[in-house]
Design a protein around this ligand. Structure first.
Ligand SMILES: [Zn+2]
Length: 572
């Protein structure tokens, strides 16, 4: 190698470092100790005793008390609103009562009572009352790609209550192409598009899995009432010939309390790094979200959420300890265990609206959601948000932990709490060890956790934050948004409603670029109080109004912005 000049030798050395990467920084706690306390903390959080840590439940309380105790024993400062805790309210809509009456041709009336395993309103249907003629549409499937249209021979269903069978005729074939067109959602949406004033689903087949009664939902998603009549009701198409039906669904609003846990290391630095993980999960699936197909009459199961997200919570506690003992003193550190993530990122959303530190001084946010199931064969995990700062692309590939492979994803938005920070223009990274069969099922248990994998992710984060310790504040870049979400309305404004807001009107939590609301100039935190000539008192008014408007029409939207009324032109 003597023919190298010293300068080129230096560049070869740099190159070598670039290829091999930087090894993990030495941690102020041994691997064995970290693994042991990960297992201890995670197995407690995911124990049946905590009953799945549903927001507002006794299990949530046990979990946040445990996190508080851990912060206290680490001498992490309290940075919530009541000590470590920050409380927020969640509004839900509960079905209080429902009436279903069927009146046949000769005027005989038949009343169906709510029996949760048999007859009940589908909870995401619109509350209120409809009383109209019935029209039978068979399975109610429209699948133009398959040449099927159950509405083809029907004159009109406008202003009528559409009655259909649950499922599809090929239900015994699990690979049937009809499946996608025959979900409860798809069929109700089709009926609404055809102009139905209400929807009734009946079931006559033993082999078809009937839906569960969900007494509590976030908000109505369908613009008409929907009612289900189970097989045991004995009703079939013949009962609806020439009949009239009444569906009345009464709902009321209930409040649940969620609790974020917030701890702080104050290094008297200019900027702060936020590290977060949600600790709530699905409980007994009271509020939905489970992917587990329950057998008829099976008792509700505890969803322990060991990977989702006791794993991230346990990792958060380890990271808090590491930074308490670390030499990295050029940033402050804020650790947040969020609640309400499973109900739509509620805890992180509340925090960014009610921050306990100055968010302008947040350098970046690191989120961990499901970091306990690194597949030992694939040996990889994913980091998303790499497009949220130009610096990520240059720094991340230089970090190498053991032989772990990393999958990068640029997007700053996703189904976890980093999204709330990204939306405010803060660079984010989200750590995720990959999806698996047990996701949102009662079988997501601590015995399946790969603790060594969690340790590796912790090392990665510690190394990364360490490397950035003496660096200037990161700049932020917006990433391409991938919007999902569908609607059964002809008209959509392209807004995300704020589900925590319980004042008059509809509060906007975010807008989608290019959609009517964004084009009209609506912004986050605006409150819609009138759309066209309709007063908007809340979510239900808003949904009903959307159903009355036509796509393409030009009208106005009246909003409250910082307390002032403002009228904007909008093209729907
Ligand atoms: Zn999660």
């Amino acid at each position: 190698m003597k023919f190298f000049t010293s300068k080129s030798l230096l560049s070869v050395l740099f190159l070598t470092v670039g290829i091999l990467g930087v090894n993990a920084q030495t941690l102020p706690k041994t691997d064995a100790d970290i693994m042991q306390s990960l297992e201890h903390n995670l197995s407690y959080l995911a124990d049946d005793h905590l009953e799945g840590r549903l927001i507002g439940s006794r299990g949530e309380k046990l979990a946040y008390e445990f996190i508080v105790e851990n912060f206290q024993s680490l001498n992490i400062l309290a940075k919530g609103e009541q000590g470590y805790i920050q409380t927020f309210n969640l509004k839900k809509i509960a079905c209080r009562n429902a009436v279903f009456v069927l009146e046949n041709k000769s005027g005989e009336k038949r009343y169906e009572k709510i029996i949760p395993s048999m007859n009940f309103p589908i909870a995401n249907g619109m509350p209120g009352k409809v009383e109209d003629k019935c029209v039978w549409v068979g399975y109610g499937i429209q699948a133009p790609e398959l040449g099927i249209n159950d509405y083809a021979t029907i004159k009109s269903v406008k202003g009528k209550i559409v009655v259909m069978r649950l499922g599809h005729p090929d239900f015994e074939n699990p690979h049937s192409k009809l499946g996608a067109y025959a979900t409860l959602d798809a069929k109700v949406d089709t009926a609404i598009h055809m102009g139905a004033s209400g929807v009734i689903l009946i079931n006559t087949h033993e082999g078809i899995l009937e839906p569960d009664f969900k007494p509590i939902v976030k908000a109505p998603f369908k613009s008409v009432p929907v009612y289900f009549l189970g097989r045991q009701s004995g009703l079939d198409s013949i009962n609806f010939v020439g009949a009239k039906a009444t569906i009345q669904v009464d709902t009321s609003t209930i409040q649940l309390e969620g609790h974020n846990v917030i701890g702080y290391i104050n290094n008297k630095a200019a900027n702060t790094v936020v590290v977060g993980a949600h600790y709530d999960h699905l409980g007994y699936n009271e509020l939905g979200g489970s992917t587990y197909r329950k057998q008829q009459n099976e008792k509700p199961q505890i969803h322990n959420g060991a990977d989702d997200n006791a794993s991230g919570t346990a990792a958060l506690l380890e990271i808090a300890e590491l930074f308490q003992k670390s030499p990295y003193r050029n940033h402050n550190y804020l650790f947040i265990a969020f609640s309400g993530e499973e109900e739509g990122l509620l805890g992180s959303h509340y925090f960014v609206d009610h921050p306990t530190i100055n968010l302008k001084q947040v350098d970046y946010m690191i989120n961990m959601d499901m970091v306990g199931r690194i597949d030992t064969v694939k040996n990889s995990f994913s980091i998303s948000g790499t497009g949220t700062s130009p610096r990520w692309d240059s720094i991340l590939p230089s970090i190498q932990i053991d032989q772990l492979k990393v999958k990068y994803d640029a997007s700053g938005t996703g189904a976890s709490d980093h999204t709330s920070f990204y939306n405010l223009g803060i660079p984010v990274l989200h750590f995720f060890s990959g999806n698996h069969y047990d996701y949102h099922k009662p079988s997501d248990d601590w015995e399946l956790i790969n603790f060594k994998g969690s340790l590796q992710i912790i090392k990665y984060i510690y190394t990364l934050v360490g490397k950035l310790d003496k660096q200037p504040k990161l700049s932020f870049t917006k990433t391409k948004e991938t919007t999902t979400g569908k609607s059964d309305f002809k008209v959509t404004l392209g807004i995300m409603p704020d589900y925590l807001y319980d004042g008059k009107g509809l509060k906007v939590d975010g807008t989608t670029d290019g959609k009517p609301a964004a084009v009209a100039g609506l912004k986050r935190s605006d409150i819609i109080i009138q759309l066209d000539k309709y007063t908007i008192g809340g979510m239900e008014d808003y949904m009903q109004t959307l159903g009355k408007l036509e796509k393409g029409m030009k009208t106005t939207v009246k909003i409250l912005r910082e307390g002032k009324e403002l009228v904007l032109d909008i093209t729907l």
